[in-house]
Design a protein around this ligand. Structure first.
Ligand SMILES: Nc1nc2c(ncn2[C@@H]2O[C@H](COP(=O)(O)OP(=O)(O)OP(=O)(O)O)[C@@H](O)[C@H]2O)c(=O)[nH]1
Ligand SMILES: [Mg+2]
Length: 352
């Protein structure tokens, strides 16, 4: 090797060493900051996790891996319900009650539709104004726009980050209707469904699936002139849930009443949340549910990894595009294209 080439090679390895050590120092100081309760650092780490930039995305996930496991599992609770039912207001009141008991509360939002509409982001922030100013609370509005692994994946990683950052209760508000309930169910320990007074029709059709996912039902806005209607709705659901297939053998799904406006019913909600977690932690179900969720997420990651390998491979990605175009132009039937692409992919993988 010529002297010049040697110097050049040495310079490159010295540079990459410097880069690496700088990066690991960054990660180490990030870890320290997050462990010490630095909300700005936590926020920056979530931004990395949500990033579309592969280096940033990896840096965020590396950091997540390097943070030590929380000494006690957080209570990860999904709060779901129709638009306008009062989720953000309920979360703020519940959150304020919990921080007053010296618990650290993180609020995240999952919004699979945020790639299209970013409408809820401002709303969430203003509706949780008091809580967002509390030192023990951390509020992160829903991920805006596209993220590398998808919005659901980034919310799942943000939850894990908040747990490792020492938050005791993590409340995840679902934004948008439909798929978000199933997604939030795949990343939380408990689901609370908020209901409007007079909303018996929630038990019809697709909403029945959402009711079946819930571990606790709360008829909200039990105040002013809606008190009687809220009570009737409570009785309606209390009777109706007996007809659904039971989700737990050791937990009776309850229907409670609450009002964020009058700040009533929230202590009862909290008492039930604590009972639920006591049962699930003691029986080991919380741990097994989380492991099951991880296995499911592993599948999702593998799918994404395979897809990104296809996209990175020139021959495969150009065939992929070619088939897509052919389908769009009506030049090939859908399943024929899928089958041909499958064969091509298999020929690249097998025996190599
Ligand atoms: N009467 C009454 N109104 C409430 C209560 N909680 C919320 N509201 C009102 O209901 C409306 C919606 O409240 P949000 O807390 O933003 O509801 P949300 O479910 O988070 O709404 P989206 O995130 O937009 O789906 C607001 O006008 C609130 O003031 C309550 O306990 N009682
Ligand atoms: Mg809201």
């Amino acid at each position: 090797m010529s002297e010049e080439k040697k110097r050049f090679t040495n310079k490159i390895s010295a540079d990459s060493f410097l880069q690496k050590s700088r990066r690991s120092k960054d990660t180490a100081s990030f870890v320290t900051a997050i462990k010490s309760g630095d909300k700005v650092a936590l926020s920056q780490a979530i931004t990395q996790i949500e990033s579309q930039n592969e280096d940033q995305w990896h840096a965020g996930h590396l950091l997540l891996d390097q943070l030590p496991t929380a000494p006690k599992p957080a209570m990860i609770i999904g709060i779901t319900g129709s638009p306008g039912v009062g989720k953000s207001s309920f979360i703020e009141q519940l959150g304020l009650m919990l921080v007053s008991q010296s618990l650290k509360v993180a609020v995240l939002a999952i919004d699979p539709s945020s790639q299209v509409s970013k409408g809820s982001i401002l709303g969430d922030k203003t509706r949780m104004e008091k809580l967002s100013q509390h030192p023990l609370a951390f509020i992160r509005p829903s991920a805006a726009g596209k993220t590398l692994g998808g919005v659901a994946q980034s919310t799942k990683s943000s939850i894990a980050l908040c747990e490792k950052a020492g938050y005791n209760v993590i409340l995840v508000e679902t934004v948008g209707v439909g798929q978000s309930e199933v997604l939030v169910h795949s990343m939380t320990d408990m689901m609370i469904l908020l209901l409007q007074p007079g909303s018996g029709d929630e038990l019809q059709g697709i909403k029945k699936g959402v009711v079946e996912l819930a571990d606790l039902l709360v008829v909200n806005k039990h105040d002013s002139n809606k008190k009687d209607l809220a009570k009737q709705t409570k009785h309606f659901f209390a009777n109706a849930i007996h007809m659904l297939s039971p989700k737990h053998h050791d937990w009776d799904i309850k229907v409670l009443l609450s009002s964020a406006q009058e700040n009533t019913g929230l202590e009862d909600v909290w008492k039930n949340i604590k009972n639920f977690f006591n049962i699930k932690v003691t029986s080991g179900q919380l741990e097994s549910q989380r492991m099951e969720q991880s296995a499911m997420w592993y599948d999702a990651y593998v799918e994404k990894t395979v897809l990104s390998i296809v996209q990175e491979n020139k021959a495969l990605s150009s065939s992929n595009k070619m088939y897509k175009n052919k389908i769009k132009n009506g030049e090939i039937p859908l399943y024929q294209a899928v089958e041909e692409f499958r064969k091509l992919l298999k020929s690249k993988i097998v025996d190599k």
